[in-house]
Design a protein around this ligand. Structure first.
Ligand SMILES: NC(=O)c1ccc[n+]([C@@H]2O[C@H](COP(=O)([O-])OP(=O)(O)OC[C@H]3O[C@@H](n4cnc5c(N)ncnc54)[C@H](OP(=O)(O)O)[C@@H]3O)[C@@H](O)[C@H]2O)c1
Length: 260
């Protein structure tokens, strides 16, 4: 008999679902049975993904979200809960990067990264977490089935890399944010964990792999390969599931061994 994880009846809110890892997280959670809310700024792309998921028999919904806008965060989470239901799983995935040497970073470059990767991720998690907490506190003792928050940090939060210093700083902040939320919210049945992916081929970096610098980088990787978004499928399902109830505050590297 096979071991299975079933997310039927659960509602997952995935930020940055319009491309790359976020789109794949949404497909995978939908295949595992969850209803997925696809959230980001490019709603045309979210609607294409919704059609794809519905075509496979899944349940998907679209909400517009700009994580740098506090009003947009509150409106998107409220709309998701009104139209679909209480959010059980948050995949806090929206993120941006730039490539520059430290001496070339302007205040605008710095704000661009921190406003999305740190402030944006924090207030999305806070908005969803407040609603999970209210449900946990209002539920009859022992009856709250638990919340799951999965922050998508990076191995760049564990190991510094050249020319993406501010990005590395932002992902290190996300790792401590994960631990802080896990510490305060764990006792209410809300588990907060982080995935630290290594290099995965998506729109954030695919311009890079065919360049000389990109090829050099691949040659430095432990197994000389870049990952695919599907390489995180099993991990996202596990962290989203009830079966991971004993995993809280974990910072999980999924980087083919690069950060060792
Ligand atoms: N690919 C990798 O090698 C890698 C490695 C480690 C960690 N990561 C992390 O994984 C996450 C996903 O990255 P990816 O590789 O899938 O990159 P991507 O294809 O560029 O996707 C980034 C996503 O973030 C969303 N986003 C950006 N700014 C936003 C904003 N202000 N409001 C709402 N959504 C916003 C984008 O959606 P819209 O433009 O539609 O808003 C897009 O869907 C990021 O946090 C990234 O740092 C990636």
């Amino acid at each position: 008999m096979a071991y299975t994880i079933d997310l039927s009846g659960r509602i997952a809110f995935v930020t940055g679902a319009s491309s790359g890892l976020g789109a794949q997280f949404a497909r995978t959670l939908a295949r595992a049975g969850a209803a997925v809310v696809l959230a980001s700024r490019r709603t045309d792309r979210l609607k294409e993904l919704r059609a794809e998921i519905e075509g496979e028999g899944g349940d998907a919904h679209v909400v517009e979200l700009d994580v740098t806008d506090q009003g947009s965060i509150k409106a998107a989470v409220a709309r998701a809960e009104t139209e679909v239901g209480s959010i059980d799983i948050l995949v806090n995935n929206s993120g941006v990067s730039t490539t520059q040497r430290i001496q070339e970073v302007s205040p605008d470059d710095y704000d661009f990264i921190f406003d999305t990767n740190v402030k944006g991720a924090f207030f999305v998690a806070q908005e969803v977490g407040k609603r999970m907490l209210a449900r946990a506190k209002g539920a009859a003792p022992g009856s709250y089935t638990g919340g799951r928050i999965i922050n998508i940090a990076s191995m760049a939060g564990l190991k510094v890399l050249p020319q993406i210093g501010v990005y590395c700083m932002s992902k290190a902040a996300m790792i401590q944010m994960t631990r802080a939320m896990a510490m305060e919210w764990g006792k209410f049945g809300i588990n907060v964990n982080a995935i630290c992916p290594g290099y995965i081929d998506t729109e954030i970096n695919n311009h890079h792999w065919q360049t000389e610098a990109g090829q050099k980088l691949v040659a430095m990787l432990p197994r000389k390969r870049v990952g695919k978004p599907e390489d995180l499928d099993a991990l996202i399902v596990l962290l989203a599931s009830a079966q991971s109830h004993f995993v809280n505050g974990a910072i999980i590297a999924a980087d083919d061994g690069f950060a060792i």
